[in-house]
Design a protein around this ligand. Structure first.
Ligand code: F6P
Length: 362
C-alpha cells in the first residue's frame, strides 16, 4: 500500500486544515495510507519521531477549523536549523541531509509540504536530494507570484475589514484619526484590499514609502470642512521615505525579525509634522491569522489539497499547486520560489484606490 506524508510549516493560516482534509480524502479513496508530521519537519527530525496516522476520524470536518491539526513552526527550517549554543547564542545548521536520510528510511511515496515561500524553498532542496515532494502555497500575505491567490488571504482581509468598519464609527463619533495596523511585512496586499473595502482615507504599504507631510495635508483636508475624521490602514512593514521600519529584535531561532508597532510610530511622525487631530491606534496582529476560514478559502484550500494528491498519484513531483486564471494547476518548485508577489505602483488596485481618494502618501 502506498503512503503519503503531509505537513504544515511557517506561520499558520486559515485553510490549512482544509488542504490536509483534501489530500487525505482523495488519497484514501485511492487506497493510500495517510500520515501527518507534527510541527513541520520536526516530526521527522525529532527522536522519537512524531508522525501520526491521519484516519478519516481525525480529518472529518476539519476544513471549518482555523489553525492546523498538525501544528506548525517558523523556527526550525531544516536548511537553517537553530541550535542553542552554550553561551546562549544561536547557530544555524543545515540538517537537510539528515532529514533526507530519515525520510528515505520512512519510505513515503509522496510528501506534501504546505507552506509559504520559505517552506517551498525547503521543498526544492529536498526534491533536488531525491524526495518525492509537492508544495502547496499558503500565506495570509498573498505574496507568492506563482499563484494568483493563496488561501488565508481572503479570510485575513475580511477580518481586517470587519475591524476597520468598527473603527470608522468610533472615529466619526470622536472626530479622531484612527490608525489600524495590519500584517504584511514585505507585501501590502492585506492593507490595500482592506483600505478599498473599508473606504480608508490613507493606505500605507511597504512597497510605497510615504511622505509624512503629505499625510498631514490629507488629514487637514478632511478636517477643513468642519469636524472631520480619518481612517488609516498601515501594513506592519510600511515605512516613511526618510526612515526605517519598526522592528523588535528577532526571537531566538526565528527566521525573521518581529514587526509590529508602526501604528504608534506613525502617530509620533504625524504629531511631529504638526498634525493637531486626536489619534488612536489599533494593532490587529494575529487575529488576522486565526479562526474559521472564509468559504472562498475553504474552497481554494480544499481544491489545492485534491490537486496535490492528484500530482502525487501521477508521479509529478517537484511541483507546487497554484491558482492561475481561475484554474487549479501547478508550477515547478523553481518557478514557485523565483519571484515574490509585491504590490506594484502601477497595479490596477493602486490606481483604483487613488481614484477613490485613498492617499498612499507618495
Ligand atoms: O508571513 C505571514 C505573517 O503573518 C507576516 O505578515 C507577519 O509578519 C508574520 O507572519 C508574523 O509571524 P509570527 O507568527 O512569527 O509572529
Amino acid at each position: 500500500m502506498k503512503k503519503i506524508l503531509i505537513l504544515t510549516g511557517g506561520g499558520d493560516c486559515p485553510g490549512l486544515n482544509a488542504v490536509i482534509r483534501g489530500v487525505a480524502k482523495s488519497a484514501r479513496k485511492e487506497k493510500w495510507e495517510v500520515y501527518g508530521s507534527i510541527e513541520a519537519f520536526n516530526g521527522v527530525l525529532n527522536e522519537p519521531q512524531e508522525i501520526i496516522r491521519l484516519t478519516s476520524k481525525r480529518t472529518a470536518g476539519i476544513h471549518v477549523k482555523g489553525g492546523t491539526i498538525l501544528k506548525t513552526t517558523n523556527k526550525s527550517s531544516p536548511i537553517k536549523f537553530p541550535v542553542m549554543q552554550q553561551d546562549g547564542s544561536i547557530k544555524f545548521i543545515d540538517r537537510s541531509d539528515e532529514l533526507v536520510d530519515k525520510l528515505k528510511k520512512l519510505d513515503f511515496d509522496a510528501v506534501i509540504n504546505i507552506g509559504g515561500d520559505g517552506s517551498q524553498r525547503i521543498s526544492k532542496v529536498l526534491f533536488d536530494k531525491g524526495i518525492p515532494i509537492i508544495g502547496v502555497p499558503k500565506t495570509i500575505d498573498n505574496d507568492l507570484s506563482a499563484t494568483d491567490m493563496t488561501f488565508g488571504f481572503q479570510t485575513a482581509v475580511q477580518i481586517a475589514t470587519d475591524s476597520f468598519d468598527k473603527l470608522v464609527t468610533t472615529a466619526e463619533s470622536h472626530h479622531r484619526v484612527m490608525i489600524m495596523e495590519v500584517m504584511g511585512r514585505d507585501a501590502g496586499w492585506i492593507a490595500l484590499h482592506t483600505a478599498i473595502a473599508g473606504g480608508a482615507e490613507i493606505c500605507l504599504i511597504p512597497e510605497i514609502p510615504y511622505d509624512v507631510n503629505k499625510l498631514v495635508k490629507r488629514i487637514e483636508l478632511r478636517y477643513s470642512k468642519g469636524r472631520g475624521f480619518v481612517n488609516i490602514v498601515i501594513a506592519e512593514g510600511a515605512r516613511p521615505k526618510a526612515g526605517s521600519v519598526t522592528a523588535s529584535t528577532a526571537e531566538k531561532g526565528s527566521e525573521h525579525v518581529r514587526l509590529g508597532g508602526v501604528a504608534y510610530q506613525l502617530t509620533k511622525q504625524l504629531k511631529d509634522a504638526g498634525c493637531k487631530a486626536e489619534i488612536r491606534e489599533t494593532v490587529l496582529g494575529h487575529v488576522q491569522r486565526g479562526g474559521t476560514p472564509s468559504a472562498f478559502d475553504r474552497v481554494l484550500a480544499s481544491a489545492f489539497g485534491v490537486k496535490a494528491f492528484e500530482l502525487a498519484n501521477e508521479n509529478k513531483f517537484g511541483r507546487m499547486v497554484a491558482l492561475r486564471n481561475n484554474t487549479i494547476t501547478s508550477v515547478t518548485l523553481k518557478e514557485a520560489t523565483s519571484e515574490p508577489n509585491f504590490v506594484k505602483k502601477d497595479t490596477y488596485l493602486v490606481k483604483a484606490a487613488k481614484e477613490l481618494g485613498i492617499s498612499f502618501g507618495d
